[in-house]
Write a protein that binds this ligand. Structure first.
Ligand code: 5GP
Ligand code: ZN
Length: 113
């Protein structure tokens, strides 16, 4: 997707404050953090949302398995953290490239607005 901002970040055409990278995934700090630690984990290949057929079992399994590893590396394991996948308009998705939010570093309120 030529005009997808997260595809550009994945290809390093746009800069990001990355915290993890492998052949398939990239994790980087959110530019507008909603918590002291706010990281986005994305697949490097373009998958538009959780509803995209590209969001298949193997990819989602690998992504979700990375979350506790990243949370530990980010120092979130002791106090806890939240994982969010906003999907579609009413789900609050603003970037149409699948991403997992990892949020922590303060007590988070529930439910969200
Ligand atoms: P969504 O609302 O789609 O679930 O989350 C998109 C997130 O991407 C937002 O939290 C927003 O701050 C973040 N974001 C949007 N553009 C950029 C960018 O260019 N760089 C980084 N690091 N984060 C971005
Ligand atoms: Zn993309």
């Amino acid at each position: 997707m030529a005009d997808c901002i997260f595809c550009k970040i994945a290809k390093h055409e746009l800069g990001s404050d990355s915290v993890y990278e492998d052949n398939e995934f990239l994790a980087f700090r959110d530019v507008n953090p909603a918590a002291p630690t706010h990281v986005l984990l994305i697949p490097k290949k373009h998958v538009s949302s959780l509803l995209d057929e590209g969001a298949e079992q193997k990819l989602l399994g690998k992504m979700m398995a990375l979350v506790p590893r990243l949370a530990k590396e980010l120092g979130l394991a002791d106090d806890g953290f939240r994982v969010v996948i906003n999907t579609g308009q009413e789900g609050g998705q603003t970037v149409d490239h699948l991403h997992i939010h990892i949020l922590g570093g303060r007590a988070l309120q529930w439910p969200p607005g």
